[in-house]
Design a protein around this ligand. Structure first.
Ligand SMILES: [Zn+2]
Length: 113
């Protein structure tokens, strides 16, 4: 199910605290790309979050760029993990079928010899 603006708003804190899960993050990200008013809400919250948590940041920082980077990095990270786990799954499947073929081979040999 896609996020509407209400779902999106509920997930802003999870995103800022890096506690959002991968499935929710993808919906969060795609809603953001299609809804400029939610983007503005997130940007405000993000600026507040950065200022509140890090006193060294100055007012002339490009918060929009920082937010976009952190969104894109997170998406990249999720997609990369997904590819890695898919590859692992394929390797395990191949080993499993190989193992089954050997077992069947041994059983057939025992029956016919
Ligand atoms: Zn929205």
């Amino acid at each position: 199910m896609e996020f509407n603006c209400k779902n999106f708003n509920k997930k802003i804190n999870e995103f800022l605290n890096d506690r959002i899960n991968d499935v929710d993050f993808k919906k969060f990200y795609y809603h953001l790309k299609n809804c400029s008013s939610c983007y503005d809400v997130l940007l405000d919250e993000y600026i507040f979050y950065v200022i509140y948590n890090d006193y060294d940041k100055t007012a002339d920082m490009n918060y929009r760029q920082m937010l976009n980077n952190s969104l894109d990095n997170k998406l990249y990270e999720i997609n990369n993990n997904y590819k890695k786990s898919k590859f692992k799954y394929i390797i395990i499947s191949v080993l499993f079928y190989f193992f089954i073929v050997i077992i069947i081979g041994i059983l057939l040999r025992n029956i016919y010899l």
